[in-house]
Design a binder for this molecule. Sequence first.
Ligand code: FES
Length: 118
Amino acid sequence: MSKLSVEGFPTVEVAADKRLVLAIEQDAGVDILHACGGNARCTTCRVEFVSGEPQQMTQAEKTRLAERGLTGVRLSCQIFCDHDMTVRAISRLEGSGRPDPGRTPEPTIQPPPEWTTK
Ligand code: FES
């Protein structure tokens, strides 16, 4: 189990093989967006790391962040909760004007991860 802290919400314990986007939504109870259903396409699941940012990154995340010119954020659908981490949920349903957060992501990282580093 790992400790997950989402700033402004109580710290929770989550399984190490849980996708961060699902842990934020289901364990921490935060209304994070995941418009593409957790497939590294939309970037609405983006978070800022306060601590515990993984050095490992899926190729899909790296490509999408570069395409969008995004820095200082990570895609929570591409990260496992395999160690303690603290994040800021900067992309939430509340205030987004969207009708829902998006289709619930699958339990496993999609597309099947090809691991690289930041
Ligand atoms: S990129 Fe769409 S949910 Fe992560």
